[in-house]
Ligand binder design. Structure first.
Ligand code: UDP
Ligand code: MG
Length: 337
C-alpha cells in the first residue's frame, strides 16, 4: 500500500452522503483547502495527517464512481459504500468505526457546513471538551425546516437539561474516545450530544456559519417527525432505563397488577359478604385486564433485564465495497482493499 498510510492520522473527517454528486468536487476541494491551512497544522504537535472518509449511503447517482476517480489524485480520501440507503446514523457509525484519527470530525456533504470552522472547533476541543457541536445560529434553510427544528431543539433541551441550541448540526468535532463509545441506532444521530453527555463526556457548542443548499435536495421529508418522535422516546429510554429496564416496566407492571388485584378483591368480597353476583359487573373486566397487563409489563421488564445484561449488539448496515482503506480499517469491514 502507499506510504501515506504509515503517517499518523491526527484528524479523520467523516462525510455521510446520499446522492450528493454535484456537491462532492467542491466539498473535497474546500476540505483540502481548510485542512491544508498552516494555522490548522499548528494545532497538532506531531506532523499533521488527515483522512477523509466518505460514506456513501447507497447513492443511486454515480457519487461512488466519482469518488473512485477522485481517490486517484487524493490519497487521503477513503470510501465506504453501503449496499443500500441505511440512513445518516448508519453512515456515521460506519465512519466512526473506520476512523483512525485522534480527532474525528463529521460534516454534511451538501456544502451547507463550512469546512473552515473545523479549525476553531478543534481549538475548542483542545480547551478541554470531548465534543464540540456546531450551532447553525443563522440557519439558511426554508421555514419548513427551521420551525420544526426549533421545536425539536426546545423539547430536547427541556427533557435532557442539556443547554445547547442545535443538537442536530452536521458539523461536529470529537475526541476519538467519544466516537469509539457511541452506539447509534435508528435515526439517533440527532441525539448524539444527549448520548455523549449521558456517558459523561464534556460538551460545548460553537456558532458556525451555515449556507443554503446549492445542489440537490434535502433528504429529509415529513417522515422525520415520526421517526424523530420515536427516536426521542428511545433516547429517553436509553439514557434513563437501558441498563435497568425493570425500573420502567416493573413499576408500571406493579401499579397495574396492584390496581387489578384491588378491583378483583373488591368484587370477590362483595360476592362473599353481600352475595352480589360477580357477573353483570363491568368493572370485573377492568380488573382482569389490569392483572394481565401487569404480568405482561413485568415480564417485559424481566426480558429487558436479561437482554441488557447479555446483549452484544451487531452493526446496522451492510457494506458493498470499500476503496483505499488501510489494512486495519479493511479488516473491520470484512473486505480486502
Ligand atoms: N444523508 C445520508 N443518508 C441519508 C440522508 C442524508 O447520508 O439517508 C446525508 C446527506 O447526503 C447530507 C447529510 O446527510 O450529507 C445531511 O442531509 P440533508 O442535507 O438532506 O439534511 P438537512 O441539512 O436538510 O437537514
Ligand atoms: Mg443539508
Amino acid at each position: 500500500m502507499s506510504i501515506i498510510h504509515f503517517h499518523l492520522i491526527s484528524l479523520s473527517v467523516i462525510v455521510p452522503l446520499f446522492n450528493e454528486r454535484e456537491s462532492l468536487p467542491e466539498l473535497v476541494g474546500q476540505l483540502y483547502a481548510a485542512l491544508g491551512e498552516n494555522e490548522m497544522r499548528t494545532l497538532f504537535p506531531a506532523p499533521f495527517g488527515f483522512e477523509i472518509i466518505l460514506v456513501d449511503d447507497g447513492s443511486t447517482d454515480d457519487s461512488c464512481a466519482l469518488i473512485g476517480s477522485m481517490i486517484a489524485e487524493r490519497p487521503e480520501l477513503r470510501l465506504i459504500s453501503f449496499q443500500r440507503n441505511f440512513g445518516k446514523t448508519a453512515a456515521l457509525s460506519a465512519g466512526f468505526m473506520a476512523a483512525t484519527g485522534d480527532y474525528v470530525c463529521t460534516i454534511d456533504a451538501d456544502l451547507q457546513d463550512d469546512p473552515f470552522a473545523i479549525k476553531e472547533m478543534i481549538k475548542k476541543v483542545q480547551e478541554g471538551y470531548d465534543l464540540v457541536s456546531g450551532w447553525k445560529q443563522q440557519r439558511k434553510d426554508p421555514l419548513s425546516k427551521t420551525i420544526p427544528s426549533k421545536l425539536f431543539n426546545t423539547v430536547t433541551r427541556l427533557f435532557t437539561g442539556i443547554t445547547i441550541h442545535d443538537f442536530n448540526c452536521g458539523l461536529k468535532v470529537y475526541r476519538k474516545e467519544v466516537t469509539r463509545r457511541l452506539e447509534l441506532h435508528g435515526d439517533m444521530h440527532r441525539y448524539i450530544p444527549v448520548l455523549a453527555k449521558w456517558m459523561g463526556f464534556r460538551i460545548a457548542e460553537l456558532p458556525v456559519s451555515h449556507r443554503a443548499r446549492k445542489f440537490g435536495t434535502t433528504k429529509y421529508g415529513s417522515s422525520r417527525f415520526f421517526s424523530g418522535l420515536f427516536d426521542f422516546l428511545s433516547v429517553l429510554f436509553i439514557t434513563r432505563y437501558l441498563r435497568r429496564p425493570m425500573h420502567f416496566f416493573g413499576m408500571a407492571g406493579l401499579i397495574s397488577f396492584f390496581s387489578g388485584f384491588i378491583i378483583s378483591l373488591y368484587i370477590t368480597l362483595d360476592k362473599i359478604l353481600l352475595n352480589k353476583p360477580v357477573s353483570n359487573r363491568p368493572i370485573l373486566f377492568l380488573g382482569i385486564l389490569l392483572l394481565i397487563l401487569g404480568v405482561q409489563l413485568f415480564s417485559t421488564g424481566l426480558l429487558g433485564e436479561m437482554l441488557s445484561t447479555s446483549s452484544s449488539r451487531g452493526s446496522s448496515f451492510a457494506v458493498r465495497e470499500t476503496l483505499n482503506l488501510t489494512a486495519g480499517q479493511a479488516k473491520k469491514f470484512g473486505a480486502a482493499d
